[in-house]
Ligand binder design. Structure first.
Ligand SMILES: CC(C)(COP(=O)(O)OP(=O)(O)OC[C@H]1O[C@@H](n2cnc3c(N)ncnc32)[C@H](O)[C@@H]1OP(=O)(O)O)[C@@H](O)C(=O)NCCC(=O)NCCS
Length: 295
């Protein structure tokens, strides 16, 4: 399915595999996404070569890429639909639906063949179009996290005591954070269930330390994030301060379990949420083995 010679025509557009030579066109598309803060150009070349399926819609007249979507394999055995983009000039024309259903066919085939254990997707609660498309396919919300960042109006000059930390998998998986998330880890806008494969992947990229006694780590996964593994209002704040103090780590975010008592206490810290402390990162799962009935 979707070899470099197999394309699907939709009126004056074509759905086809992304190519390395589409880079400039994708950068142009990305300029209109999230005020130019889209991560797609950064990981574009890696995604073209990665396993899974990276599709685009090309406008035949302008020969520009006007929509993108990626199907990837996660360390926890899930297949994830990600990287959905439609150029702002071409929105409202069903393009995201066309490209998502093509990706979804591959995702479901993998699921039926036991290549993946489930199909997942993550989005932000304010992204109504994305949420609508996911729920229309048949995904349902499995878990919510609250996104936090440092209050940019405040100088965060708190003293932090830093100790090296080299956890074993056993020690890592038994941290209180994983009890509160039912074993899930929010790596920015990708959520996975912690297993040994994921831990080994983190060991290659993440920095593990104890900040004021709280073990945790910071990492980059389509953007910087940090995790206080023994989460309390103070440790969440300390970890945000620590991660954002590191060279070349802009805007490291925390994704916390939306426990109401914890949220009330976090509100007293010099941090901000994106949507008035509403749990805003949504983790969605497609549980069925059947094709969606809509189309
Ligand atoms: C999300 C995105 C890809 C959707 O693009 P699009 O396909 O042109 O969007 P459309 O306007 O055609 O809307 C798609 C569907 O969402 C629905 N929708 C759009 N806005 C909506 C809203 N505010 N509330 C509810 N539904 C909405 C549309 O009605 C349509 O559904 P339908 O086919 O059942 O009628 C596009 O907005 C985008 O690129 N955004 C920036 C990147 C992004 O957020 N990607 C998703 C990351 S999770």
């Amino acid at each position: 399915m979707y070899s470099s010679t197999e394309n699907m025509d939709i009126e004056n557009r074509v759905i086809r595999l992304m190519r390395q030579s589409d880079y400039e066109s994708v950068c142009e598309l990305s300029k209109s996404i999230w005020e130019g803060n889209d991560y797609l150009p950064e990981i574009f070349h890696q995604w073209v070569d990665a396993p899974g399926l990276f599709l685009c819609i090309e406008d035949k007249a302008s020969r520009q890429v006007i929509a993108t979507a990626k199907y990837s394999y996660l360390e926890d055995g899930s297949g994830i639909l990600e990287g959905l983009r439609v150029h702002e000039k071409y929105r409202g024309q069903n393009l995201s639906w066309h490209i998502c259903t093509e990706l979804f066919k591959k995702a479901l085939e993998d699921r039926k063949n036991g290549i993946t254990t489930q199909i997942v997707n993550c989005t932000h609660i304010t992204n109504k179009a994305s949420l609508h498309i996911s729920t229309k396919i048949g995904f349902s919300i499995r878990k919510r996290f609250l996104v936090l960042e440092l209050d940019p109006k405040i100088v965060h000059d708190k003293f932090l005591d830093i100790e090296n930390w080299y956890p074993t998998f056993e020690e890592f998986i038994n941290q209180p954070y994983f009890a509160s998330t039912e074993g899930l880890l929010a790596q920015n806008f990708v959520v996975q269930r912690l297993n040994l494969t994921l831990f080994k992947a983190l060991q290659k990229t993440a920095k593990f330390v104890k900040v004021n006694g709280c073990p945790g780590f910071y990492d980059n996964h389509h953007g910087w994030y940090n995790v206080a593994l023994d989460p309390s209002p103070n440790s969440i704040y300390d970890w945000l301060v620590y991660a954002n103090r590191q060279p070349n780590v802009p805007d490291s975010l925390a994704f916390i379990t939306p426990d109401p008592a914890l949220i009330e206490d976090v509100k007293k810290m010099p941090v901000i949420s994106w949507v008035n402390y509403e749990p805003d990162l949504l983790y969605l799962v497609y549980a069925s083995l059947e094709y969606p009935s809509v189309g």
